[in-house]
Every structure is written in structure tokens, then in C-alpha cells.
Design a binder for this molecule. Structure first.
Ligand SMILES: *[C@@H]1O[C@H](CO)[C@@H](O)[C@H](O)[C@H]1NC(C)=O
Ligand SMILES: *[C@@H]1O[C@H](CO)[C@@H](O)[C@H](O)[C@H]1NC(C)=O
Ligand SMILES: *[C@@H]1O[C@H](CO)[C@@H](O)[C@H](O)[C@H]1NC(C)=O
Ligand SMILES: [Zn+2]
Length: 518
């Protein structure tokens, strides 16, 4: 019985396939096309040289919640936005020569969060769910247990070694992922002093915004998060009905601006006016909390992730000792997935890839280690019977057992749950910006996934990503490649791009001697 059904089904499938070949390009019908393409890839692979030099610069791109189904769907979307069928497209990150997988669990949780994972990939030590910049000896919410258990980020170590450092994000800059670069806290939600518990206040724990300006001195800080920097009596410049959220009356931005060649901006016009050549410190906070989704961003008010990344690199790269830059795409991929809105998440991921491309144009693979990874995945799934070139937000061509269409993008749980019978689907409905993909389990917020995420890498020592790794290994590779603590004795030679001053002296000496001999 089952096999007859299967046969019929396969027949139907083939029939439809034939009709759909219209969208397939003619060259793909020939063996030579695939053989040549693979031969080129083989040639490239055979010629990959290990870069055994020291990384002058490190850029870590973090796609918050960017699991592999998100990467694949974003790739297809990128191609489809360019008018192609999409599957054959390459993201910029797809072109990186070295690849590994990252095991993302927290010390106390199988399903991890952005705080525990950020502590792993930024500080090199796995931590508990919800905690930042501390070992797992600190339980969430236990302020008193932070003391003596702090772990230092690679960004801080880079600053100590004389590099310029920066964080760029489309979330609030005090959000879990960027915050693990500079803060030590038992609770990722302690954004400002009004969020602290009585226990935290009693034991002297500082909020994350305070730590942003009081711990490691960061050269470039770009993202959202104004409300945590200003007092309740300070009106927001963009939304005058809103105020800051601090109880202690402090203006953290004013304090940060003191004693440096520093600028603070909160809108696109002022941001555009910032000249990297005469700016060593830049803080740009474009929203009271998180920045808007890329799909909803007002380009006249807020810069894109790509624009922020570009400005950051131009300021940081003035330092002859190099820089360390953290770029979070978008905690907004994560937020859009939690909201059950795949379209927003995928547009964020495409913008993230654009920022990676811009950074690649502004830096050299010879001296810059670039790592692209995610902190964790989501229960976003992408499948069903879809023809080549099917819209990533479209529907399966076959109907489900309830005789209704279904979208190829779905969630395992979340707000897309419908009580009662499932509605029939069509692409007009499912390509709406706010469409919630269907989910079988009702939850207000869709959850993170548990499976591994990818690590893409290029540049000095990128080949150290080569297999299935614990997530905290990432911080060890970025520290090692740049010869930062605890690997300051790594003895990696300087990158090829520049000549070491002592070598230059030696060369000049030799030249002088040879001239004298003549
Ligand atoms: C914390 O930073 C603010 C702003 O830079 C500054 O005014 C304040 O003195 C700092 N506090 C401490 C204890 O360093
Ligand atoms: C689904 O609907 C039924 C009947 O109206 C109701 O009793 C139940 O609480 C609903 N469940 C959820 C998860 O909304
Ligand atoms: C899609 O479904 C909606 C809701 O049932 C309907 O109003 C609309 O006409 C449909 N569009 C197409 C193109 O079938
Ligand atoms: Zn999340």
C-alpha cells in the first residue's frame, strides 16, 4: 500500500519537476558545467596556503542565532534578491577557506543563550546560562559570586597589547553578545543600575552600561542602547516622550567623552560627519534600546550594519599595532527568529553578509584574521518539496495531508502556533514582513536550537578551525593568532604586508655597507 503511494507520489513529483525545469539554466544540463566548476574548486583547494603569520588585526563577526538553516536560506534569499534562482549563489562567508563546527552548550544548559556562549567565544571559558565574563562558578543572579571569577575577553587583552578595539552591533551595545567583551556580571539583564537586584546593589555589583565606560577603554562603540547611559531626567533626543533609565543620575556618555579625542553621535547625519582621520574614539547610540530591523530601518536616521562596520574599521586601522573588532550582526537575526518572523531574520542575515563583504574590501587577508560564527542556532527549519528557485518565503508545491499548502520555512515552536485547524497558505500571505511561520508548539518566544553552528575563517592561523570544536576554542585561536595573552610568546612572524622596523634598519645598514664597498 505504502509503496504504491510512494510510487504515485514519485511519479507526480517527476511530472511536476519536468514542468519546473523552465527556471533551470541550460548550462546546468551538461556534465561539463559541473565538472569544470568542481575542477576550479579543486584547483583553489589545492592552492590554499596556510597563513602562518601573526594576525595584526582580528575581526570577529557574530551572527546571533545564525544556525545553518539560516545561512542556507539567507544565501538563497541573497541570490533571489539579485534576480537569480538563489541556491547557486555564494555568501561572502561561503568563500572563506577554513571551516569548523562549534559546540554551543552552556555549562549548566543544553540549550544555550547568548551570554554564556559569548563568554565562551570571547573570553575562552564556558559559563552558565545568562552570565557574562565570569566562570561557571558564578550562578545566574548571584552578584557576590562574580568576585574572583572574572574572565578577561580577547578584546581587553588586545587593548592591553596596544591595539585599538571596537564593538559594532545592531542590538543595544549592552546586550549579552557585545557585553562579554567588556563586562563581568551574574545577570545579562542588568543593563543599567535600575535593573540591579537588592543583593547586587548590596554587594557592589555594577550594571553593564557602567562597565561599558569603566572597564576596558573601547575606541569604537556603535549600536543601540541610549536609555541605559542617561538619567531618568534626561529626555531622549529622538523620542522626547522617553527618558534615560538610570536612577543614579549619571550621564555615562559625558563621562566617557572626557579627556579624549572622542565623539558621540546618535543620528545618521552626525555619524556621516565623523571623519575617521581626526577621530580616535567614537560612540554612536542610534536607538534607546535595540536598533530597528534592517527591513524597518530609516536610512536617514540610523546607519546600516555595513556603514557602521566600515566607519569602525577606518578609525581602528589607524593604529600601527592593529585592531580587534567585534561585529554582531544583528542580535536581530536572533530577535526576529524569537518573534517567529523568518523574513526579518533572513534579511538581517543578508545585511550581515554585506558587512562581511565590506570588511573584506577594507582589510587584507595577509594580516587580518576574520572569523564568522554564531553563538547558537534556532529551531528554524527549511524544507519541503520546493522546485529550484522557489522563493525562500514561498510554499511547498505539494500539499500536506490536510490538503493545504505549507511554507518551506517553519519553526519547531514559537508564536506561529495556531490553535485549531491550520490555515491554507499561499506566497502572498507568507511573504508579508510580519508573517509568522507555522509552529506546532505554542510559545510566546521561539527558542534557540541545540545543534552545532559553523565557524568560517580566513587569514592568519585560520586553518586552526578544522573540525568539531568546543565554542570556547574560538577565543583561544583569536588570541593565539594575534599573540595575545596567554599566547604572547607565540613567536609567529609578523605579517608579510609590512616590514618590521628592526629589519628595515638592518636592510638600510646592508645597503650602506654595500655602497661603501663600491
Ligand atoms: C566610571 O566612568 C565614568 C564615565 O567615564 C566616570 O565619570 C567615573 O568616574 C568612572 N568611575 C570609576 C569608579 O572609575
Ligand atoms: C485552544 O483553544 C481551546 C478551545 O478554545 C482552549 O481551551 C485552549 O486553551 C486553547 N489553547 C491554546 C494553547 O491557546
Ligand atoms: C492568499 O490567501 C489569502 C487568504 O486566504 C487570500 O485572500 C488571497 O487571495 C490569496 N492569494 C492568492 C494569490 O491566492
Ligand atoms: Zn536569543
Amino acid at each position: 500500500m505504502a509503496s504504491i503511494r510512494e510510487l504515485l507520489f514519485t511519479g507526480l513529483f517527476l511530472l511536476i519537476s519536468v514542468q519546473w525545469t523552465v527556471s533551470i539554466s541550460e548550462e546546468e544540463l551538461h556534465a561539463s558545467y559541473w565538472n569544470n566548476k568542481a575542477r576550479q574548486t579543486l584547483h583553489t583547494a589545492l592552492n590554499v596556503q596556510r597563513n602562518l603569520k601573526r594576525a595584526k588585526n582580528v575581526i570577529l563577526f557574530l551572527g546571533d542565532g545564525m544556525g545553518l538553516p539560516t545561512v542556507t536560506a539567507a544565501r538563497i534569499l541573497k541570490g533571489q534578491l539579485a534576480g537569480k534562482s538563489g541556491e547557486e549563489t555564494s555568501l561572502v562567508m561561503d568563500t572563506f577557506p577554513h571551516l569548523g563546527l562549534s559546540k554551543t552548550y552552556n555549562v549548566d544548559q543544553q540549550m544555550p543563550d547568548s551570554a554564556g556562549t559569548a563568554t565562551a567565544y570571547l573570553c575562552g571559558v564556558k559559563a552558565n546560562y545568562g552570565t557574562l565574563g565570569v566562570t561557571a562558578a558564578t550562578r545566574r543572579n548571584d552578584c557576590s559570586a562574580t568576585y574572583g571569577n572574572e574572565v578577561e575577553s580577547v578584546l581587553s587583552r588586545a587593548k592591553k597589547a596596544g591595539k585599538s578595539v571596537g564593538i559594532v552591533t545592531t542590538t543595544r551595545v549592552q546586550h549579552a553578545s557585545p557585553a562579554a567583551n567588556y563586562a563581568h556580571t551574574a545577570n545579562r539583564d542588568w543593563y543599567c543600575d535600575s535593573d540591579l537586584t537588592p543583593e547586587a546593589i548590596q554587594n557592589g555589583c555594577q550594571d553593564i552600561a557602567y562597565q561599558l565606560v569603566n572597564n576596558t577603554e573601547i575606541n569604537v562603540i556603535l549600536g543601540g542602547g541610549r536609555r541605559y547611559m542617561f538619567s531618568r531626567t534626561t529626555k531622549d533626543p529622538e523620542y522626547p516622550t522617553e527618558t534615560g533609565n538610570r536612577n543614579d543620575g549619571q550621564n555615562l556618555v559625558e563621562g566617557w567623552l572626557k579627556n579624549k579625542k572622542a565623539k558621540y553621535v546618535w543620528n545618521k547625519v552626525d555619524f556621516d560627519a565623523v571623519k575617521p582621520s581626526n577621530t580616535d574614539f567614537l560612540m554612536g547610540l542610534f536607538e534607546p534600546k535595540d536598533c530597528r530591523y534592517e527591513l524597518e530601518r530609516d536610512p536617514s536616521m540610523d546607519p546600516s550594519l555595513t556603514e557602521m562596520t566600515e566607519k569602525a574599521i577606518k578609525i581602528l586601522s589607524k593604529n600601527p599595532k592593529g585592531f580587534y573588532l567585534f561585529v554582531e550582526d544583528e542580535g536581530r537575526i536572533d530577535h526576529a527568529h524569537h518573534g517567529g518572523t523568518a523574513k526579518k531574520a533572513l534579511y538581517e542575515a543578508v545585511e550581515f553578509d554585506r558587512a562581511i563583504g565590506r570588511a573584506a574590501e577594507l582589510t587584507s587577508e595577509l594580516d587580518t584574521l576574520t572569523v564568522v560564527t554564531a553563538d547558537h542556532s534556532h529551531v528554524f527549519a527549511f524544507g519541503g518539496h520546493s522546485a529550484r528557485g522557489n522563493s525562500v518565503l514561498g510554499v511547498s508545491r505539494s500539499k500536506a495531508n490536510d490538503n493545504k499548502h505549507f511554507t518551506t520555512a517553519v519553526y519547531g515552536n514559537g508564536p506561529g502556533y495556531r490553535n485549531g485547524t491550520r490555515p491554507d497558505m499561499n506566497e502572498t500571505m507568507s511573504s508579508d514582513n510580519n508573517y509568522l511561520q507555522q509552529a506546532p508548539v505554542p510559545l510566546d518566544s521561539e527558542t534557540h536550537g541545540i545543534e552545532d553552528v559553523a565557524i568560517f575563517a580566513k587569514g592568519p592561523m585560520a586553518h586552526l578551525f578544522h573540525g568539531v570544536h568546543e565554542q570556547n576554542y574560538i577565543a583561544h585561536v583569536t588570541a593565539y593568532a594575534a599573540c595575545l595573552e596567554p599566547y604572547e610568546n607565540c613567536e609567529l612572524p609578523d605579517h608579510a604586508g609590512s616590514i618590521h622596523p628592526s629589519l628595515l634598519l638592518l636592510l638600510m645598514g646592508l645597503l650602506f655597507l654595500s655602497l661603501c664597498n663600491v
